[in-house]
Structures are given as C-alpha cells and as structure tokens.
Design a protein around this ligand. Sequence first.
Ligand code: GDP
Ligand code: MG
Length: 163
Amino acid sequence: MLTVALVGRPNVGKSTLFNRLVGRRIAIVDDTPGVTRDRRMGEARLGNLRFNVVDTAGLEEIEDPSDLNARMQAQTRTAIDDADLVLFMIDGRAGITPSDEHFADLLRRVETPVVVVVNKCEGRAGDMGLAEAWGLGLGEPMPLSAAHGDHTSDLYDVLSAHG
Ligand code: GDP
Ligand code: MG
C-alpha cells in the first residue's frame, strides 16, 4: 500500500489533513507549534483510494533549541525515506517562509517524489502563496484546504497518479 508522508513546518495544517484523510481525530490540531508528539501513521481513505498516511511534527522532541534544525531534519528524513510520496505542505495565507525554504532545500535532494501542497486555500485566500510556491523549485504546487475540503479532487488526482 502507498505510504504518504505529510511534511512541512509547524502550523501549516499537516495534522488537520491527516485527520481528514484518516477520518478520526488521531492527530492533535493546535495553533501552538509543536503539539504533535511524534510521527503518527493512519490508514487513509479518499474516494476509492486506500493508503497509509504519516503525520510529522519535528519540533517537540527538542530539549536544546540550538539543536532544532538537526532534529527537525532527522525526523523529517525518516518519514521521507519510509514514504512513497511526500506531500510538502505550506500555508498559502502566510506565503513562503524561511522555514519552508529550509524544508524545500532538503526535499529537492531526496529520491522520494514530492508534491507541494499549498494549504489554507479556501476561496482565493491562498492565491498569493500558490504563486509563490512555484519558487520552491519542486514543480507545480497544488492548492488545498485541509480544514474545509476545497480542492480535495486535485489531491485525489495526485494520489491516483502515484498509486
Ligand atoms: P500542523 O502543525 O502542520 O500539524 O498544523 P495543524 O493541523 O495543527 O493546524 C494549524 C492551524 O491551522 C490550526 O489552527 C488549524 O485549524 C489551521 N488550519 C489547518 N488547515 C487549515 C485550512 O485549510 N484553512 C485554514 N484557514 N486553517 C487551517
Ligand atoms: Mg501537527
């Protein structure tokens, strides 16, 4: 079965998407960065598709803040290596941040296929972020609203293509 990793900086909506796909509130959604304790896997369904989805966090295990980048990278690396497809999530309302660039630098160098998902794109709210996301150098970004369900059919198409 296909394994999909949700990767990105805190607060972009990874756990919200995880919960939508798995259909249960397994992952904790919160405005406070770092509430997801560790990687979580669940069996996801989207239409007739079945796949494993992995929610990542990346910040919370850190005791020494100076170690932050190293720990984020290590946790993300493991999720990426175990996955068949990475959904690299960014916040379309916030636009591209230095932290997003950090993840993009890592993701441009991995073997696992990566799709940029611009979340929080309900209505036209994420249009600017969607345009900016081309600059990450990871191909055509797709819009999504994990919270409201907009563009779910685009996600279905992406997952079918990698299925
Ligand atoms: P994570 O840290 O990447 O796992 O992000 P969370 O899933 O915990 O979400 C962080 C915040 O963004 C929460 O307040 C969510 O309700 C909010 N959020 C998540 N997805 C969306 C979305 O599609 N649209 C909007 N407007 N907010 C969202
Ligand atoms: Mg989370």
